[in-house]
Ligand binder design. Structure first.
Ligand code: SF4
Ligand code: SF4
Length: 465
């Protein structure tokens, strides 16, 4: 067996994941709730650090880039330096822009220091105070961070946008002028967005009817309190509506009525680029609609693990918005929620798959799934599903981290970080990938040429007629 094979984990009776006590929100209580002003009090975070360097040894960027000082410096050390400096103009070190915001350091810290909160705060300050607003890098980062805006425009003429975005000379110009790598293929925009599909299908009213009909079939009370508000994020809306559609069909299969509220971007690419004002504007929209729905008895679910992470953890760490704690403690990843509230594993065990998705899958757990304790969920769930095989390709980072791997100067680092995952995918059975994160899926596809699917698509194929 090769090294890569030995690191890859195939599901067997011996190593089967037994889910931990389901997370029902407690884990994601805000670390500290701050005014979103310049006066974050991060002293408790800094004081909790006892300099063990565990965060540094778990940082995928530090592992491949000797010049990157690592999370301990970016977080507690830099904060202390700034606090202790007599110089009011003490500057944030430029290397804060090298952190990809994968958040692996957060999970690694034995002392519970919220490193990503410190990094996001420092990065926001760096962009506000030290980055030239006239530089191409600022505008490149701003465009990448505001993917939702570009996607909305491109989706008005998706076929033209798809052709133009991947036209060789245009890609070359984008790399030379803006610094967006020409090595990657732009993801295709769907000809019908998820929201367009949802409206054409009849929206929340039609979902309620379908859910009630399904409850009757299942012998449940027709007025059962099974209601979720779907945060689809930008990617499932503009690029992979099939993931959102799968979520809708799977949830209705279990008798849930769904609403799709007004929402902004989760802010994930904005945090990673220090654009906290942009992220705040989007968070205002989402928190306002989601908190109202939660008060009415809905829970919030997301199909992207970075989106659920943002709503659960980053929002309350960075912003002070009415209802933000309610949203944080009532948001769940879509499969996790079903695992908590339905006999999902038993249902999947008694199902089977044939057709296109009867396949062997190489599963990659995104870093942000790992941070929510969801890294073995898909393997545990699909391990006993007739018609599919699933290999966990290990615990390495995919390396793309949202917009990070799209930057020309970060592309090589991103691919170097992803090397372990590519090797493990290639040594796993089958040649189809599986993951919850759309940008990890891009990296998996880019590094191996594999098609990549979402666990919700597998659930749909297994459970829905
Ligand atoms: S892992 Fe936590 S305690 Fe250890 S150096 Fe990093 S921040 Fe400090
Ligand atoms: S968020 Fe990821 S890249 Fe950034 S310092 Fe932490 S481990 Fe390293």
């Amino acid at each position: 067996m090769s090294d890569s094979e030995s690191d890859s984990t195939t599901t067997t009776a011996e190593n089967r994941f037994e889910p931990a006590t389901p997370n029902v929100g407690e884990k994601f209580d805000p670390v500290a709730l701050h005014d979103d002003t310049d006066d974050f009090d991060l002293r408790p975070e800094s004081d909790s650090c006892y300099k063990c360097s565990t965060c540094d040894t778990n940082c995928p960027v530090a592992e491949v880039d000797d010049d990157f000082p690592g999370p301990k410096f970016q977080g507690p050390e830099q904060w202390r330096l700034k606090e202790q400096s007599d110089d009011e103009d003490h500057e944030i070190d430029d290397s804060i822009t090298e952190c990809s915001n994968c958040m692996r350091c957060d999970s690694a810290c034995p002392s519970g220091v919220s490193l990503s909160q410190m990094h996001n705060t420092a990065r926001g300050e760096y962009v506000d105070d030290q980055m030239s607003k006239r530089s191409l890098k600022y505008w490149r980062n701003r465009i990448l961070a505001n993917y939702r805006t570009s996607a909305r425009i491109a989706s008005t003429l998706p076929r033209l946008a798809n052709a133009a975005m991947n036209f060789g000379p245009a890609r070359w110009v984008m790399e030379k002028t803006l610094g967006v790598t020409s090595e990657r293929e732009f993801p295709a925009f769907a000809t019908e967005t998820f929201r367009e599909w949802w409206q054409a299908r009849g929206g929340a009213a039609a979902s309620k009817e379908r859910a009630q009909a399904r409850r009757r079939e299942r012998g449940e009370p027709v007025d059962a309190d099974k209601k979720v508000a779907y945060f689809h994020g930008c990617y499932a809306n503009y690029n992979t509506p099939e993931v959102g559609q799968a979520m809708v069909r799977v949830y209705e299969h279990f008798g849930y009525e769904i609403v799709v509220p007004k929402q902004g971007c989760s802010g994930t690419p904005m945090f990673a680029n220090g654009m906290l004002d942009d992220a705040r504007r989007h968070a205002d929209i989402t928190v306002s609609s989601m908190s109202d729905l939660i008060e009415e008895g809905y829970d919030a679910i997301a199909s992207c693990t970075s989106c659920s992470m943002a709503l659960r953890q980053e929002y309350p760490e960075l912003f002070d918005i009415d209802g933000i704690e309610t949203v944080a403690s009532n948001t769940f990843e879509a499969v996790e929620y079903l695992r908590i509230h339905e006999p999902l594993r038993e249902t999947v065990q008694s199902a089977d798959i044939d057709g296109e998705l009867a396949d062997e899958f190489a599963y990659h757990a995104p870093c942000h799934a790992r941070s929510q304790g969801l890294d073995r969920q898909a393997v545990e769930l699909f391990g006993d599903l007739d018609g599919v095989g699933i290999d966990d390709v290990g615990d390495s980072c995919s390396g793309i981290s949202g917009t990070y791997g799209w930057k020309e100067e970060k592309y090589e680092t991103s691919m170097e970080i992803g090397d372990d995952m590519f090797d493990h995918m290639e040594s796993a059975e089958g040649d189809t990938g599986l993951t919850e994160c759309p940008t990890c899926a891009m990296q998996m596809e880019h590094g191996t040429g594999y098609e990549v699917r979402h666990p919700l698509e597998l659930l749909e194929a297994a459970l829905v007629d």
